[in-house]
Design a protein around this ligand. Structure first.
Ligand code: UDP
Length: 354
């Protein structure tokens, strides 16, 4: 693992492994995200065991990043000879870990398998497809992902629809979100604010789209809190875009603070995969500033509205945001991480008998 969303997913799985006696579970951190507020804070707050290996592969093009990770992870696997490798989500670290393992004939388990945006211009989409097709066990977060993998011809026996480990994380750490919230701490006069995040390459690497998003937030006329990803911050400077006066920029926040902000926001506007789901877990209406989403059930059920980067659609969706009254249980029973661990351990036992 190496990126923020993976720390959240891996935290609950690491705790489930730690509850097992005689299991040596350890973490390889690729260094894809390395800032204190993008990495260390998650290890500290979520009490994730410190990585046994820390690489420093970041700030490179996709090919260079994945290639360097692959080489270094392979050498770790040659030394450690793990019985199984677990990879999470859809980053370059996911792909590099899966490829390194499969080439050494080490079984690979992919957590959050089967997600698709149908947009092959997204680097994450390529990482997901490639990782799913080299993995031995595919842990899907929901029915949609399960159906997708079957459609792609993957064997039913390799798929386990365990539910979403991020739902587990929200339940496990959510109590802290109930801490008293004072909008004044963020310079807000009242609590009716929109929480926003923006970091997807399709938005940050395109000046028109990024400008459209900030214009949409401005036109919403609502106070907006925006914990800003370092990449987006750099792009704002490069493009010389001004931040509207109703938007308060924060440094990236830790997960506990993020859960608290999600809980107290009246609407969540994002291009993040994880934040779309957390909005749903917190029963908050979500406005997704993308042209498509992997989490289609949220759009179909009315919890999520897709608005692209169009200022008018963004602003009216924020102003009109209202969650439906029905909250369908799409993402399992909150015990996905334990199911992941049980299946990985049985995979190790099966392989041990071969
Ligand atoms: N997150 C956080 N602090 C922030 C922004 C996001 O803790 O300032 C958390 C968020 O709650 C979610 C995860 O990071 O659990 C999502 O990561 P991100 O949006 O970077 O990636 P994506 O989910 O789009 O892959």
């Amino acid at each position: 693992m190496g990126a923020r969303p993976q720390f959240v997913k891996a935290a609950v799985v690491a705790h489930a492994f730690a509850a097992k006696a005689d299991v040596d579970h350890y973490i390889v951190h690729t260094g894809q995200h390395f800032d204190g507020n993008m990495s260390d804070v998650f290890f500290a707050e979520l009490q994730i065991p410190a990585p046994r290996y820390r690489l420093a592969v970041h700030g490179l093009s996709h090919g260079a990043m994945t290639g360097r990770m692959l080489e270094q992870i392979e050498s770790i696997f040659l030394t450690e000879r793990p019985e199984a490798v677990v990879v999470y989500g859809d980053t370059n670290s996911t792909l590099a870990g899966a490829l390194a393992a499969v080439k050494l004939h080490i079984p690979v388990a992919h957590v959050e398998a089967g997600l698709r945006s149908a947009n092959r211009a997204m680097p994450e989409e390529i990482n997901r497809i490639a990782t799913d097709h080299v993995s031995d066990v595919l842990f899907t977060p929901n029915e949609t992902a399960l159906r997708q993998l079957l459609l792609e011809g993957l064997s039913e026996s390799s798929i386990e629809n365990v539910g979403d480990v991020m739902f587990d994380a929200c339940l496990r750490y959510g109590a802290s979100a109930e801490k008293k919230f004072d909008p004044k701490d963020y310079g807000l006069e009242c609590s009716g604010f929109t929480l926003a995040t923006i970091h997807r390459a399709e938005n940050t690497d395109d000046r028109t789209r990024l400008a459209g998003i900030f214009e949409g937030l401005r036109r919403s006329g609502r106070p907006v809190l925006l914990p800003l990803h370092p990449r987006t911050r750099d792009k704002l400077t490069d493009y010389q875009l001004a931040v509207p006066s109703n938007v308060t920029i924060l440094d990236p926040v830790g997960f506990m603070t993020m859960l608290q902000l999600e809980r107290y926001a009246s609407c969540i506007a994002t291009d993040s995969g994880g934040v779309q789901k957390e909005a749903f877990f917190m029963r908050k209406p979500c406005v997704t500033m993308r042209d498509e989403t992997e989490w289609t059930e949220l759009v179909e059920s009315g919890w999520n509205t897709l608005v692209g980067a169009d200022p008018d659609r963004i602003s009216s969706a924020i102003r009109e945001a209202r969650g439906p009254t029905v909250w369908p249980n799409f993402y399992g029973d909150g015990h996905a991480s334990e199911k992941v661990v049980e299946r990985v351990l049985s995979l190790c036992a099966e392989r041990g008998q071969d």
